[in-house]
Design a protein around this ligand. Sequence first.
Ligand SMILES: [Zn+2]
Length: 200
Amino acid sequence: MRSYTRRVRLGSIGFAGVAWLLAILSYQHAFRLVAAPEDVQASGLAIVREELVVLEHSDFGRGRRGSLIVGEVRQLLAEERVVFAPMTTTRGLTWDPILGGKVIYIKVIELGGDKFLHQRPSGIMEALVHEAVHSLKNTRRRISVEEECDAFSAGMVAAAFVAGNPPPSVLSVDGLPVAEFVEKAYPKAPQDPGYKWVGE
Ligand SMILES: [Zn+2]
């Protein structure tokens, strides 16, 4: 009798667990972005491959930090995890569901009537390098302020090299120092004082 009760209890816990998992999976599925058409993917990836060579040969790519990040971008490309998709809120996004594997989305601008416009190459690479930092850190916890600063900084420096500009000596976003911008833009991000920057 006792074991029957226990089995029933375990059964109901199991059912609740499965129901939760299904709820989480369908929630995650609902947030999956819709990829742009095939020719938009091909032209976007061609830009990425071309600019990656520029980055590899820059001071950024030759340094320890840059070579780790460029290596991660190459890995993501090899695994076909870089996908161009229309989005409104951000220029890049990592979607990392429990099942199915990580996807890095890069923004394309949807003009309507099946017309799409890529960001500038420096914008594409800024977003991709930013997401590659998150990919290297590979955490499912809420991303810390420090990791966002790391990602924004890497993206901005990479973008400068792609655009042929000298890398900025002081990094700022929307007129604010990176850390200040991140704290405003991600008010719920936790602090992680022990965070190690990529390449550190
Ligand atoms: Zn980020």
